[in-house]
Design a protein around this ligand. Structure first.
Ligand code: XMP
Length: 519
């Protein structure tokens, strides 16, 4: 299958470039920007994209591509830092701008730009998305400017050899007019990539792979209740003999309302034969007692998960089973493993780095059938496998569950209150037709009480914060712009139906600088 290779220099938008290429029906693969450009890395590649970066190209610490990149005969497109890097590497100059160019900025094509295949079908003036503090002062040897921003700053360049291009703006960001067209011009027009990427093709490929790897041995999948592990479960049950598939669900007591029952019902309807549920609520709550630090809570939850898993695996008599995980491409990237090692590890995702997983990995017994997929692709795969919309359309839910949505110390009482408040919030969103317009919505229980009135009495109630964001993959997120009437009605519904909550607030922070979860 033809692929576009993306060299990641740590930009927050690298993931988005990968996704946009796949939306064009072409497989994309992201590797760290300073990886060796080996034959293996280039296998099936028909073009290369260099991402942006938080570094300046002239920083001594700045990541540099393998010099053999420039010997490649493949077309190369540098985005932001990518073109600045190519400029410096070919004798040009990059300087700091007196003022950052950020947000929507108009770009004007010069005559040579209007004729260039990169801009086929693009208007002579369009609104782009900029995010840079440096700019190209002098193009590298053989390069010329073919578009500029309104401030006269170079916005697109081409190399006379006709194999390299650079854009200062971000065509991958949805706010950039003609962005997808420009990427398509590069990927299909210039690189001539064939569109072989589809969920049908992926399913066929992964099914053949897993059958040849596992044969008739047992496969164990740890079910979290979320979309990813449910899709992984459906995939196993359809691909292997259900008699060899062991599904293990640990009920931590940190799940959403009715979630555990729904998970079990869904998996049995998929034909599961070995479906095991461990009721571990009391164990988790006891271990979390007195713990306030978010990363400590994460670690406790993760470690407990692992020790319970190990006990259960022994008990089920399948210690040699292959371990199957619903890990996504973005999970690997956010944990700084394998790809995008320059991207900072922001939160630890325990399904990726647990000792059980590491041990099984060393034995070559971990299988992650979704690890090249983005969230929306997993949903498409779930639909292809016949899962109902209510499951595949569900908002993402973090591994540590309510453990990171109750700020500070947890208790059963707080879990129950949050479960109720969250259920009211979500059912209000569904009733108002808003659920599917939002990427992720949930309630957070704050570690404070505030005063309120109930009848003639003053009472102290909990404060629930509502979160609702628009996102494509959770890497960046915008606040969902509710109609104020909806927010007010949702707040009343929560305080009426959950008397322990006395006040509701709405979180209006984007990511970055905030994260989606509060802990
Ligand atoms: P943040 O809060 O980092 O979240 O902006 C990005 C996405 O990841 C989910 N998330 C997690 N998922 N284990 C997980 O499996 C975790 O520890 C974890 N922390 C955050 C979060 O719900 C959002 O969708």
């Amino acid at each position: 299958m033809d692929k576009i290779l993306i060299l990641d220099f740590g930009s927050q938008y690298t993931q988005l470039i990968g996704r946009r290429v796949r939306e064009l029906g072409v497989y994309s693969e992201i590797i760290p920007g300073d990886s060796s450009i080996s034959e293996a890395a280039l296998k099936d590649a028909v073009g290369i994209i260099l991402s942006g970066s938080p570094f300046s190209a002239y920083d001594t610490q700045a990541p540099a591509p393998d010099s053999s990149l420039y010997d490649s005969r493949l077309p190369i497109l540098g985005i932001c830092y990518g073109i600045q890097r190519m400029t410096l590497d070919s004798g040009g100059a990059v300087e700091r701008l007196p003022e950052r160019e950020y947000g929507r900025r108009a770009v004007r094509l010069r005559a040579a730009g209007a004729e260039n295949p990169l801009f086929a079908g693009v208007e002579g003036r369009f609104v782009s998305w900029m995010s840079h503090g440096d700019s190209i002062l002098k193009p590298g040897e053989g390069w010329s400017v073919i578009a500029e921003s309104e401030g006269g700053i170079p916005a697109a360049l081409v190399h006379e050899g006709g194999k390299r291009w650079g854009v200062q703006f971000h065509p991958e960001v949805s706010h950039c007019e003609f962005g997808q067209r420009i990427l398509g011009n590069f990927v299909m027009g210039i690189c001539k990539a064939r569109q072989g990427w589809s969920m049908e093709a992926y399913l066929e490929q992964e099914a053949a792979l897993i059958r040849s790897k596992i044969g008739s041995q047992p496969a164990l999948l740890l079910i979290s209740g979320g979309v990813d592990s449910t899709v992984a479960g459906a995939f196993l049950l359809k691909t292997l003999d259900p008699a060899q598939v062991y599904l293990l669900y640990i009920d931590t007591g940190l799940m959403r309302k009715a979630e555990s029952d729904e998970v079990m019902a869904n998996l049995s309807s998929l034909g599961a034969r070995h479906l095991h549920k461990v009721d571990a609520e009391a164990v988790f709550l006891a271990a979390l007692k007195g713990q306030e630090d978010p990363e400590k809570k994460r670690r406790i939850i993760g470690d407990l998960f692992i020790s319970i898993q190990e006990q259960e695996v022994e008990r089920l008599g399948i210690p040699k089973a292959f371990l199957v995980q619903g890990t996504l491409y973005t999970d690997l990237i956010e944990s700084g493993k394998g790809v995008g090692k320059k991207a900072q590890v922001i939160k630890s995702h325990h399904n990726v780095r647990s000792p059980l997983v590491e041990k099984k990995r060393a034995e070559g017994r971990v299988i992650e059938p979704l690890d090249r997929l983005y969230k929306d692709e997993v949903r498409a795969l779930g639909r292809l496998l016949g899962l109902p919309e209510a499951i595949v359309g569900r908002h993402p839910f973090p591994g540590p569950g309510l453990g990171v949505r109750i700020l500070g110390e947890l208790s059963k009482e707080k879990c129950d209150i949050l479960r109720e408040a969250d259920a009211v919030y979500i059912s209000e969103l569904r009733a108002r037709g808003l659920y599917d317009k939002i990427w992720q919505a949930f309630c957070v229980l704050l570690p404070i009480r505030s005063v309120g009135v109930a009848g003639d009495e003053r009472k102290y109630g909990y404060v629930a914060a509502l979160r609702a964001v628009k996102s494509t993959d959770g890497m960046t997120a915008d606040v969902y712009p509710f109609d104020p009437e909806d927010l007010i009605a949702i707040s009343s519904a929560i305080t009426n139906k959950v008397p322990a909550v006395g006040r509701v607030v709405y979180d209006i922070s984007s990511k970055p600088p905030a994260t989606i979860e509060w802990e």
